[in-house]
Design a protein around this ligand. Structure first.
Ligand code: CA
Ligand code: CA
Length: 190
């Protein structure tokens, strides 16, 4: 069924998406098949429930946050079209060296990850936000005191200006030695 729908993607649309996201025409066709397979009712857009049928997102503790990022954090926006879908997915494409690539640079990936943590969108990560994310990621295996101490230690280590919050600059510095490029590449694209 995916093949039938992929014919509906026009060549100029493919070219435009390729230019914006850096995906190859082949990858775009393949992702379009997945998009249409998730699109119950053939409306050309996906709802939040459609996204949660992606197994990688359904089992990811941050799945709901990732799904939200497709909707640009806009609660009134409840459908995502194919171009918007591709723009978000581009953040998860492995980084290619020697390529100026707006959506897929290390900085874009870090920004995307930062937004995952910044639950209230004030451009700062607070101790409570960190704690909330830690809760989602580790579940019940670690005691509340341990989680609180991890969150506090993380803030202290990353916080350079002493406001008890992690700014985007502090976040980037803290992750300087982390291989964000690889960690943020998901198998969904293969
Ligand atoms: Ca915040
Ligand atoms: Ca700070």
């Amino acid at each position: 069924m995916g093949n039938r729908s992929s014919l509906l993607l026009r060549e100029e649309e493919i070219a435009q998406i390729q230019q914006e996201t850096g995906f190859t025409p082949n990858q775009i066709e393949r992702l379009y098949s997945r998009f249409t397979a998730l699109d119950r009712g053939d409306c050309g857009t996906l709802s939040r429930d459609d996204f949660l049928r992606i197994p990688e997102l359904a089992i990811n503790p941050l799945g709901e946050r990732i799904v939200n990022s497709f909707f640009q954090g806009d609660i009134y926006n409840d459908r995502v079209n194919f171009c918007q879908f591709m723009n978000v997915l581009a953040h998860f494409r492995p980084v290619k060296k020697n390529k100026d690539d707006r959506l897929n640079s290390r900085e874009a990936k870090l920004k995307f990850a930062f937004k995952m943590y910044d639950l209230d969108n004030d451009d700062l990560i607070s101790r409570d936000e960190l704690l909330a994310i830690l809760h989602m990621m580790v579940g019940a295996n670690i005691s509340e005191e341990q989680l609180t101490s991890i969150a506090e230690r993380t803030i202290i280590e990353a916080d350079e200006d002493g406001d008890q919050m992690i700014s985007f600059e502090e976040f980037c510095k803290a992750l300087q030695r982390t291989d964000v490029e690889q960690k943020m590449s998901i198998r969904f694209l293969n």
